[in-house]
Design a protein around this ligand. Structure first.
Ligand SMILES: Nc1ncnc2c1ncn2[C@@H]1O[C@H](COP(=O)(O)OP(=O)(O)OP(=O)(O)O)[C@@H](O)[C@H]1O
Ligand SMILES: [Mg+2]
Length: 406
């Protein structure tokens, strides 16, 4: 295990606490749309022994650096799956040849940049949370490596990579409406699971690059380096330095550093909006009024006449209008300026469930109104699939999110 988490390193931790990482400005360069982080969060474990006491390390495999070098062919360039703010991700394959007793499995190996304390903390937070949490909508942490100053993480391999690539890469085949709604539901379930855990967890870095897709487009959350234990007892929030990603972080959290589960709900609203519009949360290549997706889209989300204008043109009108309206209404409430007006993630799951298509091969038929607007598109399977309001309140407005928010 080398000198992983030594006392000396803890001293480095203490010294580094006075540093604040420069918060990166928004830039169309992919590297600048990465998580921003800080080194001085006292609740983040800084010592690997703390984690061992929690027996987190019983459920994940401790790999040697040599084993991970072997499976990535010494971290060969053509094994690179992607690159983030904190390191490079490589493809690998573990089996009996790597170590006797290992199940054959494709994996993704993340090599954290050697950024001293920051890299170590992110790494340890991730091992702590992801090592303990198991859910179909969370990426499985298979193992880790901690040798000298090397910090690596080994995840289950997600065949289709990140949602970000599918949604925004020009060459990518556009995701269908049904797939988008399925991804939204899967990701919402992942967040709801975290928020409703016995010791609730705030994810804090919900964004399209952290939503990974398996071969069936099932969504799983990855990257728990910024996750944080939720408030306990009478506490209403957790106070932290601001960490997250521009364009996704909730405004009150950026302003005050007060973190609640509702901050994740806001970020979910941004991702839902990205799924609906096919636009990035921040896009410096667009005209100035359209660069911030939330500023541009939010006023249109509760305007029935305008909301369909924002739906991704790459869908070529192949979506059920009522479901789109409900999804827009949900995004609107998730993006409320007032955190208390945002729905809980469990409400979001309930709202998205009836918007799921029952299968592939959808055929949508446009029915035009006298105004010539595509007011209703009827999908044979979809028509009866959109849930009505289940609120007992007779005055409740028809939008499902509206029913639950108040
Ligand atoms: N388990 C995995 N399976 C398959 N591909 C993965 C896996 N984990 C990561 N990747 C790929 O590697 C890319 C980089 O991931 P990484 O989490 O390092 O960066 P990011 O999410 O793009 O940015 P950030 O540093 O802000 O999290 C992802 O976008 C994805 O394409
Ligand atoms: Mg990531």
């Amino acid at each position: 295990m080398g000198n992983c988490g030594t006392r000396e390193e803890s001293a480095v931790v203490a010294n580094a606490q006075v540093q604040q990482l420069p918060i990166r400005s928004i830039n169309s360069d992919k590297r600048y749309n990465r998580s921003f982080s800080d080194l001085s969060d006292p609740s983040t474990p800084s010592h690997i022994e703390d984690s061992r006491k929690n027996s987190v390390f019983d459920t994940v495999i401790a790999f040697t650096l040599f084993e991970l070098e072997t499976i990535t062919k010494s971290f060969r360039n053509d094994y690179i799956l992607g690159e983030g703010g904190f390191g490079t991700v490589y493809k690998g394959y573990i089996d009996e040849n790597v170590r006797v007793g290992l199940k054959s499995l494709p994996v993704a190996v993340k090599v954290l940049n050697k950024q001293g304390l920051q890299g170590h903390r992110e790494w340890l937070t991730e091992v702590n949370f992801l090592g303990q949490l198991r859910h179909p909508n969370l990426v499985k942490l298979i193992g880790y490596c901690c040798e000298d100053d090397h910090r690596l993480l080994v995840y289950e391999f997600m065949f289709r990579g990140s949602l970000e690539n599918h949604l925004f890469r020009k060459a990518a085949v556009p995701l269908s409406w049904a797939t988008r709604m399925m991804i939204a539901l899967g990701a919402a379930k992942g967040l709801a699971f975290l928020h409703n855990a016995e010791r609730p967890v705030i994810y804090r870095d919900f964004k399209t690059s952290n939503i990974l897709l398996d071969s069936d487009y099932a969504a799983k959350l990855s990257d728990f380096g910024l996750a944080k234990a939720g408030p306990q007892g009478d506490e209403t929030h957790v106070s932290t330095r601001v960490m997250g990603t521009y364009g996704y972080a909730a405004p009150e959290y950026v302003m005050t550093g007060h973190l609640t589960a509702r901050s994740d709900v806001y970020s979910f609203g941004v991702v839902l909006l990205e799924l609906l519009t096919g636009r990035k949360s921040v896009d410096k290549t667009r005209p100035s009024k359209e660069q911030s997706l939330v500023d541009w889209a939010r006023p249109k989300l509760n305007d029935k006449r305008k909301l369909l204008q924002i739906i991704d043109p790459r869908l070529e009108d192949q979506y059920p209008v009522k479901a789109a309206q409900k999804a827009c209404s949900l995004a609107y409430y998730c993006l409320s300026q007032n955190p208390k007006a945002r729905p809980l993630m469990s409400d979001v799951v309930e709202t998205l469930e009836p918007l799921q298509s029952s299968g592939a091969g959808e055929v949508l038929t446009k029915v035009h109104t006298s105004l010539g607007l595509p007011e209703q598109r009827i999908h044979r399977r979809f028509a009866g699939n959109v849930a009505g309001c289940r609120s007992p309140n007779p005055n409740c407005s028809p939008g499902p999110a509206a029913c639950r928010v108040r």
